[in-house]
Every structure is written in structure tokens, then in C-alpha cells.
Design a protein around this ligand. Structure first.
Ligand SMILES: [Zn+2]
Length: 497
């Protein structure tokens, strides 16, 4: 209350006994205020600078795991790893790979042609890729893949052209038997474009099969230099490639291509808790939220270098934890309910993928998985959106719960535009019925606005007036949804009994 108006209000209370006295908040309002306070406390803690942006493998991870583990233990959850050697925290090893060395060396008739170092770039999907003195086969725009007998043992030379889809054409040539593909940047893309896209770190789960493909790029000017004395130019080759009767043909050139990749290993963890049900053999419900974010994401001298990830996804962890508290307090359930805080979501849904590859229960036992991501966006009272609407058998049951809870569902499927960008997608790839069910996502314009402003920036931090109305709605709805799906009389098992 503003101090200036306090005496006025006091006076009005004194002198107008007929006007309503300040109404005592209802029990529901009190509970809602308490819930929002709990959500804000989790988000404020997890998005504080002390957690350094919750980057996998850092002290920020250790703090995040400690906080979630203690909260969940105090609420009364049990470890859900089902691995006595690793209670609560399931180890996940992530490998970061970035291009390291790159070498391209051209020869004609035994003589080396020297090009400037920045005129070529060679990349490999493996640790080290090498082809030596391979003849070059000109394949034009590569839309027609030459026979394997022609491609084998040769480097396919491809025109980038003005069209998209070069990487599909490269892949088709590699699959067709080429030793490597060398792309001439004769279109819109410059070497800087390619390097900017491709020289970043890529992240994978340890143990994933490595390819050994080699891709090279050469600038148009450098390629013209390679052709000097051959009686051909880039323009004459482009013209020949445009002819309807074009067939791939060898150029009077050989090339050695070599690329190496630098690897960094990150030891990180998923957090898994559970509330045991009376009949675990009837399956389980899984609730998911990713704990990781980008850590220090901006280089000095910027004043704020930490991506705190308050909305993305401290808000989801807060909702997950408060759903757990309410489920643990209430009556016991028939099915097990698992709580999974994933690592590596921001690096490509890697923690969810690791969970699916090495699950604590057979994936077929999971009757439904509900992911919670970026939920401090919409106000209270919005209709509920399903991210993944129409992609699982869950929609009808979700609609039944909405009806029982007197909640409206969003009718369109605009939220599906985000379905590949959340952990539920990784689970869907393993045939686990997984969706996001959130009233915070009920107005997709608000989600889009967040994506265009604070998303993945240091400004995604706790600010005055952080919207928690939709997140509080989500807690109540997810509690009802989980209880419903944990009840085999309402939702039959996916597993044959
Ligand atoms: Zn994110």
C-alpha cells in the first residue's frame, strides 16, 4: 500500500460503516498466493547468479543437483534411478566436438597448386578424416548421383549454386560412394557463412556412433585458380552442368583432404525421483523438466555474462517440484509417478535421450509423459494448450481431465510449432507418449514474444512482476492430470498384463 493513501482508507473505514470491510481472502486465494510464493522461491534460487546459469559439468550443476535432491527428498520422494550405485543422480556423459585441423592440397600432373589457407575448409563428422591423392569427379549440381562405380575412390566436386539443399546433395553423394564431397561456393554462401555455421561446438551423447565423412569447401575464386591451364573455367563448368545431357566427368585434378575434431567430455546427470504406487506393474506416469541452461553465455566486457534461465527453465523445475509436493501429500496412487529433471536439453535434448536409452523402467511401462518447459509466461485463467496435440493417444484423456477441472483447452495446434524444441520430442522418438500440457502456453503470442526477447539471453532472469499465474494454474492441473493417468481404472495400461 502506498503510504499517502493509508489515512484516507482508514478514514473511509471509520466513517462509512456500510462500505465493505477489506474482504478476507478465500482459502483458494490463500493457497494460490502460497503456491506462487513457493514457485517464486525456487525460481529465485535456481536463477540466482550463484548457480552461474546451471551449465552441465560446472559448479552450477553441482548446486542445482543438491538443491533439487534436497527439495525432493524433503517432500518425501524416493530415488527413481532404480540403480543402487547411483541414487537420485543418473550419470550422463556428453561429448562436445568442434572442428580442429583442416587441410586441402591440390595437384595437377604431379604439381602442387598452392591456395591461400582461408580459401578452403575441411570438416569431418569423425575424430579424423583423411583422403589422399583422390581424383576429382565433377558432378555439377549433384541432383543426379553418378553410379557407385564412378564415385568410389573419388572426391565429388559439387556446385553450391543459388539453391538450398546442398547438404542433402552432399549426403546423397557420400551415401552413393564418394570418398568425400568438395563444394565450390559459387552461390550466395561465402566461406565466412559456412565457417560461422559449422565451426561451432556440436554436442552428442558418449557412445553414439561416429561417422567418418569428409566435407570440403572451396571458394569460387580459388577453384578458378585450380582450373588455370586446364582449358576450363568455373563458368564453363557451370554452363556444362546446366545442359540436360550433363553427365559427371573427371577433372584433371587430385586432392588430399584432412580434417580433425577436438573433443571435450562433460560428466553430467539427470535427477530422477519417484512416488511409488500400489501397483507399479500397472505402469508409471513421468513428469519432466530440464534443469540445464547456458551458463556464462556472454563474453566480457559485458556486465551481465550469465544466462540465468529464470523462465527457461527454473520455472519448469519450480512447477515440477510443487506438483511433486502436492502429489506426495495427497492420497496414495496406483501407478508409480517418476520425476525427471534432465540435463543437456539446451545442447539437443541429450538428457532426455540418455534417459530413453537407459531408462529406470521399461519405456513401454510409461502410460504418459508430461514435459514442463518455460512456463512463467502466461497469466492465470488462460486455456490449456497441448504441445504435441494430435501426436499421441493422450488427447482424449487430457480433454476428460480438463472437463472435470472445468478448464478450457486451446482448440488450434499452433503450439505444435515448438514440439521439436522440448524434451518430450526425444521421448516421442522412442514411442513414449509425451506432450507438454500448459496454460502458460495457452496464448502462443506470449510465447513467441518471449522467444523474441529474453529467450536464451542474460535478461531471462527474475524481474519484478514475473508472471506466475499460468505456472500456478499448471501446478494444479498437472496434479489432477497425474492422478488421473496414475489410475488404471481411468487409463488402461499400455503393457499386456
Ligand atoms: Zn532453452
Amino acid at each position: 500500500m502506498n503510504r499517502l493513501f493509508a489515512p484516507l482508507l482508514a478514514a473511509s473505514l471509520l466513517f462509512s460503516p456500510l462500505s465493505a470491510a477489506p474482504r478476507k481472502p478465500s482459502r483458494a486465494e490463500q493457497a494460490n498466493a502460497e503456491l506462487k510464493g513457493q514457485l517464486l522461491a525456487h525460481i529465485t534460487e535456481l536463477a540466482s547468479d550463484a548457480y552461474e546459469g546451471r551449465e552441465p559439468g560446472t559448479n552450477g550443476e553441482a548446486m542445482t543437483l543438491r538443491y533439487l535432491g534436497k527439495q525432493w527428498f524433503d517432500i518425501g520422494l524416493e530415488s527413481g534411478t532404480n540403480d543402487p550405485g547411483n541414487p537420485w543422480f543418473a550419470p550422463v556423459t556428453i561429448v562436445g566436438r568442434e572442428p580442429d585441423g583442416s587441410r586441402a592440397q591440390f595437384m595437377r600432373k604431379g604439381r602442387r597448386i598452392i591456395l591461400p589457407a582461408n580459401a578452403t575448409l575441411v570438416l569431418t563428422s569423425g575424430k579424423r578424416g583423411l583422403v589422399e591423392n583422390a581424383p576429382i569427379l565433377f558432378v555439377g549440381d549433384g541432383k543426379v548421383v553418378p553410379p557407385r562405380a564412378e564415385l568410389a575412390g573419388r572426391v565429388a566436386l559439387l556446385l553450391d549454386g543459388e539453391e538450398d539443399g546442398t547438404s542433402e546433395r552432399q549426403n546423397a553423394l557420400l551415401k552413393g560412394g564418394a570418398s568425400a564431397v568438395l563444394t565450390v561456393l559459387d552461390g550466395d554462401r561465402s566461406m565466412d557463412n559456412v565457417a560461422g555455421h559449422r565451426q561451432r561446438m556440436g554436442y552428442f551423447l558418449a557412445g553414439e556412433e561416429l561417422g567418418g565423412d569428409i566435407e570440403g569447401f572451396v571458394t569460387a575464386a580459388a577453384f578458378d585458380k585450380l582450373l588455370v591451364g586446364s582449358g576450363q573455367t568455373l563458368v564453363s563448368l557451370q554452363k556444362s552442368a546446366d545442359q540436360p545431357n550433363f553427365v559427371a566427368r573427371p577433372l584433371d585434378l587430385t586432392v588430399s583432404l584432412e580434417a580433425t575434431t577436438r573433443e571435450t567430455r562433460i560428466k553430467t546427470h539427470n535427477v530422477i525421483g519417484k512416488i511409488p504406487g500400489r501397483h507399479p506393474e500397472l505402469g508409471a506416469v513421468l513428469l519432466v523438466a530440464h534443469w540445464d541452461h547456458f551458463g556464462r553465455c556472454v563474453a566480457p566486457p559485458a556486465e551481465d555474462q550469465i544466462c540465468n534461465g529464470a523462465v527457461d527453465n527454473a520455472s519448469g523445475l519450480a512447477v515440477l517440484t510443487e506438483v511433486a509436493r502436492r502429489l506426495a501429500k495427497g492420497p496414495g496412487m496406483e501407478r508409480d509417478v517418476y520425476f525427471l529433471a534432465t540435463t543437456g536439453e539446451e545442447l539437443g535434448l541429450l538428457g532426455a535421450e540418455a534417459f530413453a536409452q537407459d531408462p529406470p523402467i521399461p519405456l513401454g511401462h510409461i502410460v504418459a509423459a508430461f514435459n514442463i518447459d518455460t512456463v512463467a509466461i502466461g497469466p492465470a485463467g488462460q486455456p490449456i494448450a497441448i504441445v504435441g496435440k494430435g501426436m499421441t493417444p493422450l488427447d482424449a484423456q487430457i480433454a476428460a481431465v480438463a472437463k472435470a477441472q472445468k478448464k478450457k483447452l486451446v482448440q488450434d495446434d499452433k503450439a505444435n510449432a515448438y514440439v521439436r524444441r522440448q524434451d518430450g520430442w526425444a521421448l516421442l522418438q522412442h514411442d513414449v507418449p509425451a506432450v507438454m500440457v500448459s496454460s502458460s502456453w495457452g496464448d502462443i503470442a506470449r510465447v513467441d514474444a518471449f522467444m523474441e526477447s529474453d529467450y536464451h539471453r542474460p535478461s531471462d532472469q527474475v524481474k519484478p512482476g514475473l508472471e506466475l499465474g499460468g505456472a500456478a494454474d499448471d501446478v494444479l492441473f498437472l496434479v489432477a492430470l497425474t492422478r488421473w493417468f496414475a489410475d488404471p481404472r481411468k487409463v488402461p495400461s499400455r503393457i499386456a498384463q
